[in-house]
Design a binder for this molecule. Structure first.
Ligand SMILES: Cc1cc2nc3c(=O)[nH]c(=O)nc-3n(C[C@H](O)[C@H](O)[C@H](O)COP(=O)(O)OP(=O)(O)OC[C@H]3O[C@@H](n4cnc5c(N)ncnc54)[C@H](O)[C@@H]3O)c2cc1C
Length: 295
């Protein structure tokens, strides 16, 4: 197997143009498992760990541009205040070793319905940056996932970054697995409040062929909060609102039975976690503990 190790993004993109079947490898925490179990035998590996452009994050017009090679550990240590939902999800990934190697870009590249980065990225306003030797484009996150472990990137493209608008209010993430650590989720939910534009964001994981939003739940809650003047008053969240939101998140799921859990359990878990995540986010909003609140 050929091993390509470019040291610039231009060289990496040229290599991908020349050998579209080359498999990118960043942290390798998914790729090495696939190779070890002989599930794939790509003609070449394209190692991206020496490409400095992928390993950085920056602010770009109020948005975070997170390089595809930034590890979970760095998201936790450096971006907890700006991207609380993604940082919470990152804390639940694997073990310290996996978080030190694994990246958000690799989670997107694998596009597993169970990937933990997806729900908070869906709940925020996110675009995935894809680059090839011929140019760069940005794909809205909810158009990125095209099927089970499939995404919108072309064979000649690399994921170079995700561009995320930090929510103007609190964001929460909830995941359930068969134990507390080193576990792939059985179901996951993220909820973001965007008081600046009076909108709500959601993302659900392990509950459909792809990670997805729950648009009916988002529209219901944003409208109900506005109708009741709750965005301004920050009064206690009526239980009926949380219950209806949870029911609509549940209705957005289309899970399967598998070794980790049944479809019925996943739907139940979605509703429980949606209610909890919303309740936590609303308490944060009421307490005004989020730095950017009201933005
Ligand atoms: C023990 C263990 C525990 C784990 N626990 C969790 C968990 O709790 N939650 C979770 O979500 N995941 C978990 N994972 C899976 C894995 O760690 C994550 O999916 C991680 O985000 C992968 O990142 P990586 O950089 O290691 O990707 P890699 O393994 O390098 O790549 C993953 C995929 O993305 C592609 N790819 C990588 N970079 C790019 C790029 N720039 N452009 C295009 N394609 C690219 C690769 O070709 C491959 O298909 C676990 C894995 C292990 C081994």
């Amino acid at each position: 197997m050929e091993f390509l190790a470019p040291t610039t993004l231009a060289d990496a993109l040229a290599a991908k143009a020349e050998l579209p079947d080359a498999m990118p490898i960043t942290g390798g925490t998914d790729v090495m498992v696939e190779l070890n179990f002989d599930r794939h035998r790509p003609p070449a590996l394209l190692d991206l760990t020496r490409v400095p452009e992928l390993a950085e994050w920056s602010m770009d017009d109020g948005r975070v541009r997170l390089g595809a090679g930034v590890t979970y550990t760095r998201v936790i240590e450096e971006l907890g205040a700006l991207l609380p939902g993604l940082a919470m999800a990152s804390r639940t990934v694997g073990s310290p070793q996996i978080r030190n190697r694994g990246t958000v870009g690799g989670n997107l590249g694998a596009a597993s319905p169970a990937g933990d980065a997806h729900p908070p990225l869906l709940a925020a306003e996110t675009e995935v940056e894809l680059a090839s030797a011929t140019g760069t484009r940005r794909v809205p996150i909810d158009e990125f996932y095209t099927g089970v472990k499939k995404h919108a990137g072309r064979p000649d493209e690399l994921i170079t970054a995700v561009v995320i608008t930090p929510p103007s209010g609190p964001q929460q993430f909830s995941k359930i697995g068969t134990r507390n650590a080193m576990v792939i989720s059985v179901a996951a939910v993220s909820v973001a409040l965007h008081p600046g534009r009076q909108e709500v964001g959601t993302g659900i994981g392990s509950a459909a062929p792809t990670p997805r939003r729950a648009p009916a739940a988002e529209a219901f809650l944003a409208g109900a909060l506005a109708d009741a003047g709750l965005w301004e008053s920050r009064r206690e969240l009526p239980g009926a609102l949380a219950a209806e939101f949870a029911a609509l998140v549940r209705a957005a799921g289309a899970p399967i039975d598998d070794v980790r859990g049944t479809a019925a359990y996943r739907l139940h878990a979605l509703a429980v976690m949606a209610r909890r995540a919303l309740t936590w986010a609303w308490s944060d909003y009421r307490r005004g503990t989020v730095a950017a609140q009201g933005g």
